[in-house]
Design a protein around this ligand. Structure first.
Ligand SMILES: [Zn+2]
Length: 212
């Protein structure tokens, strides 16, 4: 069957919540252990930055550093468990129709925009994620670079050492599923970046479906 947003929205389970996050916007939610969060490409080539935090202990967060180290790969995709800063199983990637994500940590910030483009003012993922998680009492300092997993982001690692952001290969109807292995707070940012190939120079909406 051809990929489509409609097909991707038909989940195998009971839908708890579904929503289209507008371009450049954000959303935060609480996700119970055992539930699955699906992130769906609507137009394709749009990155979502996700932060995962233990709902009962905000100092325990996703660690993309430990997740890569324990799995022995930088190419985190279907079948990989993502681990917390305490090396506990946190969230599992149970489906991934693209197979290209960035687990290097970091998101766009006012400082990275200023450093790269001389302009701190465009919207950025750091502000989005901070705003998404504020409702749960998570403060700005607790939203850290290594707690963030970058869905659909295409960063090339070449044998000569080159590491650079490239245009995503994701298409409309592609999706990735995260199954929670503990109660989680999830921050989601439709990355607003339009000054590099990260979103192919245009910010676009994304859909999520939370189900069990
Ligand atoms: Zn961003």
């Amino acid at each position: 069957m051809a990929k489509s947003v409609e097909a991707a929205s038909r989940v195998d389970g009971k839908v708890i919540q579904e929503y289209v996050i507008p371009a450049k916007e954000y959303y935060g939610l609480r996700m119970a252990r055992g539930q699955t969060l699906r992130i769906i490409e609507i137009e394709g080539q749009q990155v979502m930055d996700n932060v995962f935090i233990n709902a009962d202990n905000h100092t325990e967060q996703l660690s993309v550093i430990w997740s890569k180290s324990i799995n022995g790969t930088w190419k985190l995709t279907k079948g990989h468990m993502l681990y917390s800063t305490q090396c506990k199983p946190m969230v599992e990637i149970v489906e991934d129709t693209v197979g290209m994500n960035y687990g290097g940590g970091s998101y766009c910030t006012q400082w990275s925009n200023h450093f790269r483009y001389g302009d701190p003012y465009p919207r950025n993922c750091h502000d989005n994620l901070t705003n998404a998680l504020a409702q749960f009492g998570v403060d700005r300092e607790q939203v850290t670079e290594s707690s963030e997993f970058c869905n659909f982001m295409n960063v090339g690692y070449d044998p000569d050492g080159t590491c650079e952001i490239r245009v995503p290969i994701s298409e409309p109807g592609d999706y990735i599923d995260f199954k929670a292995h503990m109660d989680l707070l999830v921050g989601m940012s439709c990355c607003p970046q339009e000054k590099n190939p990260c979103n192919n120079f245009k910010a676009k909406p994304l859909k999520f479906v939370l189900f069990e």
